[in-house]
Design a protein around this ligand. Sequence first.
Ligand code: CIR
Length: 261
Amino acid sequence: MASQSFAHAIVRPPGPTFAQGLTRFDLDRPNLALARAQWEAYSRALETCGLTLTRLEPLTEFPDSTFVEDTAIVTARGAIVSRPGAPSRSGEVEAIRPALLAHFPDLAAIGAPGTLDGGDICDADGHFLIGISARTNPEGAAQLQAWLEARGDTAAAIDIRDRSDILHLKSGISYLGDNRLAVIPALADHQALRRFERVVTAPDEAYAANCVRVNERVLIAAGFPGFEARLTDLGYRPIVLMMSEFEKMDGGLSCLSLRIP
Ligand code: CIR
């Protein structure tokens, strides 16, 4: 099965203030020890997929900094740091910059008044779906689109500002390789997605739509047997990971790493 291949990933463990991060949910606060254990299992899974990890230090001053995906967009042709839409997260960008510069000396940046979270960007083999959301504004999306197109990639915007069920676009879609997306029912018929084969999650398995294709495997969240069976039937080899503590903080599997070709 064909997909972009990855060699590295940048990850950062949840820090001592993790439970004070942003969340739209009124769930229990996460348990830090359990979050750390789930993060360790996630990091080991990336290594199982063949990736070399850069494990950054936890950051006390930024409770959401374990969600490194939001701080940059990494493509097969370069990388650009984001400008997070939540003010409490803006300082995370400078903290991730050195690790990215080690791979991308020519690192670009989204500029004001644009805002953009990496969680809104879905790379489908060089065609980028860009969510316009509570975090990513049209200006940020336009800056990213121009940067991508200058490198020969293509992009399309998907406005999710009327959707209260997902924080980021990738809370509701993931690229599985092979021109195929995992997608929640509410986005399944979106015009920008019609060019893809779609694996639509059951309504009660919507959280499973945030999964991560990494080389020959797909990381999926535990607790979604219907979705797991669909992927297995299609020939994928899922790695199932516990995500309860990150879900409480509005995060999913993709948010926890920046994957680098
Ligand atoms: C936030 O609200 O920013 C974090 N608590 C969760 C970010 C999740 N990131 C992602 O989906 N890419």
